[in-house]
Design a protein around this ligand. Structure first.
Ligand code: IDC
Length: 464
């Protein structure tokens, strides 16, 4: 493994790549103590991102600290998450945070960092957990996995009621998880795509964790028939629940971009769906899709008026808040996440929305997400593999870079769209929803095939 890592690093330097994505890992183990897997998930000119998974093989520990040494003096941690990180010279410490401070025997913590380097970026050495070395095996085979086998059961069955912990979405065991799923297209146009066969395929073939119900407010949506669209959303919440999937209730504002234009409608809608679904564990509320042409202060004020309405009826559900510039964390408006960090929504158990379209939004946006994810809980409630128009060709390379980044940061996502719309972002070929086959590869578009291959890989939801 070490040799592979060195080889890949050498290749990256030789090719002079600036946006090199390598999945490389070094693993060390000790007879007792701990095992560490250090994985560089992304590397560019002078920077990189890495994941560090530490598994406690000894007695249960609490208030643990993981330490290691960088091989070169140029390597510096710039930001870290899921621990309190510090560095002195080449010595690095990552101290447990409140919610992961206890590690039972066999339990793991997933940490991450971004860093800088110059020249080479070799893997760290001398890992210790509370002073006990984690580097018992040198040059040997990777140890057999000792993590518990993946939990069986549906996503909702395993994870239960979700909540926000630190910058993560966490399950009933207070462990970070990532939900991977699909968004409907506009319910006013594509209702025929959401039926027993298609939702069975989403749950069983795609093994999706999440269904986002995109209820447009304008363009012939909710404002034209509030009771009808509320009922449609509720029936999809039930359909997702029956299949063990989470339901993300999307109040799909788009034009006009000012969410306060729909404030009264939002209060009426969320009071109703939150009361009706309060006892369910599978509901997440997305209060505005893509604010645009408005300041962060306006969005924050909208959120602080809608969230209490939801909390009054359903106190424990996670709420996701749209961000400036079409939910780009402000980047598409020339701003960035710092305006949110400086002035967060005054509420708990909330996350912030980030949207991207892979063919339009690339490195600058990925850098913003990498940065923001260390400070804000993010949820990619919508993204496309194509351009922001929803059409055009699939950008395979950018989509892969995005999905690898979201996976490494455990950022949940829903892909636009689980529909047969005549546009590149749709997962099914036009006409599919007029038939009964949602399972064969013949009905998938290029985007659908890519997303099904990414979403249907096994989940690794922690259960302790
Ligand atoms: C697009 C649909 C398209 C529809 C249009 C109507 O793909 O068929 O005609 O909306 O407004 C978003 C929005 C989402 C867009 C999507 C693609 O949230 O509603 O859907 N997009 O343009 N933000 C960025 C891209």
């Amino acid at each position: 493994m070490k040799r592979l890592w060195a080889l890949l690093t050498a290749c990256a330097l030789f090719l002079g790549l600036t946006a090199f994505t390598a999945l490389t890992a070094t693993t060390a183990s000790a007879a007792t103590g701990c095992r560490v897997s250090y994985t560089v998930t992304n590397q560019w000119q002078d920077g990189f991102q890495a994941g560090v998974k530490v598994t406690n093989l000894g007695s249960p520990v609490s208030n643990w600290t993981l330490k290691y040494t960088w091989p070169t003096t140029s390597q510096k941690v710039t930001q870290g998450w899921n621990a309190t990180w510090s560095q002195s010279g080449t010595a690095v410490s990552a101290a447990a945070v409140n919610w992961n401070s206890t590690l039972a025997t066999g339990a793991s913590a997933d940490l991450g960092l971004t860093g800088t380097f110059s020249g080479s970026n070799p893997a760290p050495t001398a890992f210790t957990l509370n002073g006990v070395t984690c580097t018992g095996t040198v040059g040997g085979e990777d140890p057999p996995p000792t993590d518990p086998p993946p939990a069986t059961g549906t996503p909702v069955g395993v994870n239960g009621q979700l909540h926000v912990c630190g910058t993560n979405l966490c399950n009933q065991y207070n462990r970070p998880i990532q939900l991977r799923g699909m968004s409907t297209h506009g319910l006013q146009w594509f209702s025929s795509c959401y039926n027993t066969a298609s939702l069975d395929a989403l749950a069983k073939d795609w093994k999706a964790d999440l269904l986002r119900t995109a209820m447009y407010v304008q363009e012939g949506g909710y404002e034209t028939d509030p009771a009808g669209y509320t009922a449609k959303v509720n029936s999809l919440v039930d359909a997702a629940d029956a299949r063990g999937m989470y339901a993300l209730i999307d109040f799909h504002t788009l034009t006009p971009g000012d969410p306060t234009y729909n404030l009264a409608r939002a209060k009426t809608f969320f009071a109703s769906v939150a009361a009706r679904n309060a006892a369910k564990k599978n509901v997440i509320y997305e209060i505005t899709n893509e604010p645009n042409g408005v300041s962060w202060a306006t969005i924050k004020s909208y959120a602080e008026q809608v969230i209490p309405v939801i909390r009054a009826a359903d106190p424990d559900a996670v709420v996701v808040v749209g961000t400036r510039g079409w939910s780009s964390l402000g980047v598409s408006d020339g701003s960035n996440e710092s305006e949110i960090v400086a002035n967060p929504v005054n509420a708990t158990n909330i996350m912030y929305t980030f949207h991207f379209y892979a063919a339009s939004h690339t490195d600058t946006y990925r850098a913003a997400v990498s940065r923001a994810a260390t400070k804000l809980p993010l949820f990619v409630t919508e993204f496309g593999t194509v351009t922001y128009t929803g059409g055009g060709a699939v950008d395979q390379a950018s989509s892969k870079a995005w999905l690898d980044l979201l996976d490494s940061l455990k950022i949940s996502y829903a892909n636009w769209t689980y529909s047969d719309a005549n546009e590149g972002s749709a997962a099914f070929k036009p006409g599919t929803c007029g038939g009964t086959d949602y399972s064969s590869s013949a009905v998938l578009t290029e985007s659908g095939a890519l997303m099904k291959s990414r979403i249907s890989t096994p989940d690794s939801f922690p259960t302790s």
